[in-house]
Design a protein around this ligand. Sequence first.
Ligand code: HEM
Length: 416
Amino acid sequence: MKDELKLGARLGVQRAAVWGMAARGDGLARLVSAPWRGEPYGIYARLREGAGVRRSATGLTVVASHALCSKLLRDRTFGVRTTDGAEPPPFTASGLPGDVEVIPSLLELDPPDHTRLRALARPAFSPAKIAGYRSGVENATARLLERALAEDRFDLVADFAAPLPIAVISDLLGIPDVDADVFARYGRVLGASLDGVKSVRHALQVRTANRELRALFTRLIAERRADPGEDVISALAASDELTEVELATTCELLLLAGFETTTNLIGNAVWSFATNPDQWDRLRGDDTLLGPAVEEVLRYEAPVQMTARISHRDTEISGVPVAENSMVIALIGSAGRDPAAFEQPDEFDIGRARDNDHLAFSSGAHYCVGAPLARLEGEVALRALTEALPRITVAAKPKWRSTSVIRGPRSLWLRP
Ligand code: HEM
C-alpha cells in the first residue's frame, strides 16, 4: 500500500507538471495531455514549423518533419538505451513491487542483444511464411465477419478489428483456446503503458497482465520443449541463444505487437473510409487499390504515432543540440502529414502518388518485423469488408482511445 501511495503521488505530480506545460502551449506536453491529445494533427503542424525540430519544455527534443524523423530513425548515433545500458526501464514495467521479471524486449534493446534477438524473431515473418498464413487470415476474417453481420449493429473493434489479429497471432504462436476479450484487455492495458503508467489503477492492471501473460508463456514454452510443433514458440524454444526470460519476453512482445497495432490499423481504416465515402466507392470498384489503401491508412492515421530514441553521444539535429543520453521523440503521425513529403497530406486519397514512404512501421534497425503480416491482415480485412458493406453506416459516435502513442477507435458501432 505504501508503494502504491508513493507511486500515485509521483504520477500525480508528474501529470500536473506536464499539464501545466501543455496549458502554456508546449506541443509535446499537449500531445500527451487531455483535452488536447485527441486532436494531434494541428499540434503536429505547429511542431513542423521552421526546421521541424525543437526542444520541449519537458526537456525532450521533438522531431516532427518527415525528413528528420526518417533520418533520426536510421541514424546509428541514436539507440534506444542510454550508453550505460541502464535506461529507460521496459515500457511494460508496472513500477510496483511484485512484478514478474520484466526485461527490455527487442524494441528496447541496442546491438548486440537487439541483433541477436531480432535474427531469431525474423524467420517467422519471411515472405514464404507470410504467404502460408493467408488462408488462416482469410478463414478467421470470414468467421468473424459472418457473426458480426448477423446482428442489427456490431462494434467493429470488439467484434472484428480486435479478435482478428488476436486469432492470427495466437495461431502463429501456437496459443490454444484463446479468450479474445481477455487478450484484448491485456493489449489495451499494456499498449497504454507505452505512454507511461498513468495511475496506480493502471499500474495494478499492468502488473496483473504481466503476471498472467508470463504464466501462460512459461507453461506453453515448457509444453513445446517437451512436444515441439510448427509454431513460433516451438521455433524460438529450440534456440539455445535465449535465456528463459528473454524467450518469454520475446513471445510477449510478438503477441502484443502482433495484435494491438493491427487492431488499430483496421479500426483507423474503417473510420477513414466512413468519413470519406467516395474513397470507399473507389476501393469497392477496384481491388488493385487494396494494397495502396492499407498504405494510405498507415500514412493518414498511423496506429503508432510516436517513438523515442536516445542519443549515444553529444550531437545536434538541424542546429538543436542533443546531449549524450538524452531522449528524442520521433512523431511518426506527424511525418505522415508533412506537406513537404506528401501533397495535400490532410486528404485521405487511396490513389495518391507514393513518392515517399510513410514511417508507420518505423525505419532503420527497429523497422517493424511484423509489417508484412500487418499488411496481409489489413488487405484481407478490407477486401472482406468491401464485399460485405456497400457503404459504411456508423451507428453511434465512435469512442477513441485516450492514449497518445497508440491511436485508434476504442469502439466503432456500425450497421450492416
Ligand atoms: C499496423 C500494424 C503495425 C504497426 C503500425 C506497427 C508498428 C511498429 C513500429 C512503429 C515499430 C518500431 C518502433 C520503433 O522504431 O521504436 C514496430 C516494431 C516491431 N513490430 Fe510492429 N507494427 C505493426 C504490426 C506488427 C505485427 C503484426 C507484429 C508481429 C506479429 C509486429 C511486431 C513487431 C516487433 C517484434 C517489433 C520490434 C522490432 C525491433 O525492435 O527490432 N508488429 N512496429
